[in-house]
Design a binder for this molecule. Structure first.
Ligand code: AOF
Ligand code: ZN
Length: 358
């Protein structure tokens, strides 16, 4: 049975794990707290970057000999494999840990089996404490492991009547400065930020992260099917972050770096082919930032895992909607979502939702 102290320690481990968001790809975010035999915290750590020590190793180093006879709280099942680093299950056994409490089982076939190894060595093992919170904290990585493509978060900012610009095309600024700063945090969490040609043409966006301490810059991706939207000198081509222009196989361009991809039946780029190409480059999470046409294509391809809408208390009554055609023609086909969070961001409302599992 989990005690209040167990819950407190796991909650701390989940908070520690979140510090790795955006910098551990293609690995998960993982946090670890170690308490001694009398329940005092003696070490903590989190996974900071792929190839670096796992969370358990950081926490064991901090605890030193005080780990002996203690409990390790880990957000993910300790690994059982020698990958870029040694097996954490073994490290926990060698440090004399008596009990391991973890939240989420490791779905990675190479790493799984840590719980069995620990039990075989006489360590008490408990699974599932705060599993929903820990899964939510690792949503991008877990989704990418389960689906074999990057996790996709579609973000948009709109008026309360769902418009992203006025009838004359003016759009600066619908959402507040606070919301725009929050978007930089989402960019920092993502491995890649993706926009379409309409957004590239209309906004000449920069797409790099500003104002987030320690942020790893995401790959900036412009889906420019006909290779006509991104011009030499575009802000997205500066050296603030890496860039990739995705064009159709038959498009002509001298821009670099470019990836050539097949078209979908509709003529636009194939979304699955784009996601495969990004996955092959190590991308495990995508922030889809615009605009309505590309978002419609992703939704039609079943490739949106989470929606984050910034709703500004503004009305326009005319102007383009946040989402264009997504292949839905009748109400029975409507994409239903479950709201997982609502937060006030300055004057705006941020709504996070995920597709309802039928
Ligand atoms: C992490 N950090 O804190 C834990 C992980 O690439 P490697 O060799 O570092 O191994 C990565 C795998 O190890 C990862 O996919 C996951 O299954 C397991 N546990 N990974 O990156 C950690 N505990
Ligand atoms: Zn490990």
């Amino acid at each position: 049975m989990a005690t209040q102290a167990d819950i407190t320690a796991m909650r701390r481990a989940i908070a520690l794990a979140a510090r790795g968001l955006g910098s551990t790809s293609p690995n998960p975010v993982v946090g670890c707290v170690i308490t001694d035999a009398s329940g005092h915290q003696v070490g903590e750590g989190w996974h900071q970057r792929a190839g670096g020590p796992h969370a358990e190793v950081h926490a064991l180093r901090a605890a030193g000999v005080l780990a002996r006879g203690g409990t390790a709280y880990v957000t993910l099942e300790p690994c059982n494999h020698t990958g870029r680093t040694g097996p954490c299950a073994q490290a926990l056994i060698e440090a004399g840990i008596a009990r391991v409490v973890y939240a989420v089982g490791d779905p990675n076939p190479q790493a799984t089996g840590g719980a069995d190894t620990l039990r075989a060595a006489g360590v008490e093992v408990e699974q599932g404490l705060l599993v929903d919170e820990a899964e939510a904290g690792n949503l991008a990585w877990l989704t990418s492991v389960r689906t074999g493509r990057p996790f996709v978060r579609w973000k948009y900012a709109a008026t309360l009547d769902g418009r992203i610009a006025a009838a004359d095309g003016t759009s600066r600024w619908i959402s507040s400065a606070e919301s725009r700063a929050d978007v930089h945090r989402l960019r920092a969490e993502a491995d890649a930020v993706v926009v379409g040609s309409g957004t590239a043409r209309a906004d000449d966006p920069h797409l790099a992260v500003r104002g987030v301490e320690g942020a790893v810059q995401p790959l900036r991706v412009v889906v420019d099917t006909e290779a006509t939207a991104v011009k030499p000198g575009a802000r997205v081509l500066d050296d603030a972050a890496p860039t990739l222009i995705a064009v159709a196989e038959d498009a002509e361009t001298a821009l670099e770096p470019v990836v050539r991809l097949p078209r979908a039946a509709t003529g636009g780029l194939s979304v699955p082919a784009l996601l495969d190409a990004l996955y092959a480059r190590g991308v495990r999470s995508v922030l889809l930032e615009g605009g309505p046409t590309l978002a419609g294509a992703f939704l039609a391809a079943g490739a949106v895992d989470q929606v984050v809408g910034y709703l500004a208390p503004v009305l326009l009554g005319a102007g383009p909607a946040a989402l264009a055609d997504a292949g839905i023609t009748t109400i029975a086909e409507a994409l239903r979502l479950d709201v997982t969070e609502t937060v006030r961001i300055g004057p705006d409302l941020r709504v996070t939702a995920v597709p309802t599992v039928p």
